[in-house]
Ligand binder design. Structure first.
Ligand SMILES: NC(=O)c1ccc[n+]([C@@H]2O[C@H](COP(=O)([O-])OP(=O)(O)OC[C@H]3O[C@@H](n4cnc5c(N)ncnc54)[C@H](O)[C@@H]3O)[C@@H](O)[C@H]2O)c1
Length: 257
């Protein structure tokens, strides 16, 4: 789908990092913005700055893991703009790296709540209207952790793998329904954002690791929307990681004769 001035882009987790990068690029292309984030102060600051730059912005403090909160956000977006063209289910969090079985219940609930239920609520609440309108594009932010296993990151791996599966299924279901709506599952490697500041994660990142800027990721997202690309792995070398994983699967799934 081509980006056209006046279209409406919804972005969750828009107050920082990749979400802010996408919102900023959409604004520079003349799109109207509907922004959600749990951090109300930062969201308002970001929204004011984008509005000063000329964008039309609706900003709502929203917890994407909360069904009622997301429903209020959806209602406010439709009341203000009456349409949604691009939906970016992007908000996400991490938890400390540790062996899977040592994760406490609140961490499971937080990570699955934000990273998986956030995507589910976005799809559930916004996609029906997009299907009815017959146009649009959905971008779900997963991670390379949705395509390969990152040790000690099991909660996040589980939510991001499910996000890849939801995106693939959404694409298949839309195609089967004859809908023209596109889907992209965004699978970044390391990006320079606040999410990597947890000390247990930062300690494991090799010194020569390549970090992209959020603006680089945003440019790739726009290109994926315009080319209707389902999988978007942002970093060089991602294809090799995916190939190795698939070969591992294939080498072990053969039936014993
Ligand atoms: N930065 C990376 O290296 C990287 C790599 C792969 C995937 N990702 C994914 O990119 C997405 C964006 O993360 P980022 O790197 O920009 O991090 P970030 O911390 O800069 O931004 C995440 C935003 O989400 C918001 N948020 C957190 N919980 C929320 C909730 N319950 N409801 C609404 N908003 C909430 C935060 O306030 C923050 O503004 C996440 O889904 C993350 O998993 C990031």
């Amino acid at each position: 789908m081509k980006l056209i001035e006046g279209q409406v882009a919804v972005v969750t987790g828009a107050a920082s990092g990749i979400g802010l990068g996408m919102a900023t690029l959409f604004a520079s292309r003349g799109l109207k913005l509907a922004l959600a984030d749990i951090d109300e102060d930062r969201l308002n600051a970001v929204s004011d700055e984008l509005a000063q730059g000329g964008a039309e912005v609706l900003a709502r403090a929203t917890n994407v893991a909360d069904a009622a909160d997301m429903q209020h956000f959806r209602d406010a977006v439709l009341e203000r703009f009456g349409r949604v063209d691009i939906l970016c289910n992007n908000a996400g969090i991490v938890s400390p790296f540790r062996p899977l079985w040592e994760n406490p219940l609140p961490d499971w609930e937080r990570v699955i709540g934000v990273n998986l239920w956030g995507i589910i609520h976005g799809i559930r609440l916004f996609v029906p209207g997009m299907v009815a309108a017959g146009r649009g594009h959905v971008v779900n932010t997963a991670s390379m952790a949705g395509l390969i296993v990152v040790p000690w990151n099991g909660l996040y791996n589980a939510a991001k793998t499910a996000t890849v599966s939801l995106s693939e299924t959404l694409r298949a279901d839309l195609e089967a329904a004859g809908s023209a709506i596109g889907v992209t599952v965004l699978c970044p490697g390391l990006v320079k954002t606040a999410i990597n500041s947890d000390p247990t994660i930062a300690a494991l990142i090799p010194p020569d690791a390549v970090f992209l800027e959020p603006a680089d990721v945003a440019r790739q997202v726009v290109s994926a929307i315009e080319r209707d690309q389902l999988y978007l792995a942002t970093h060089h070398g991602s294809d090799e990681l995916v190939r190795t994983r698939q070969e591992q699967v294939l080498s072990q799934v053969r039936r014993v004769p």
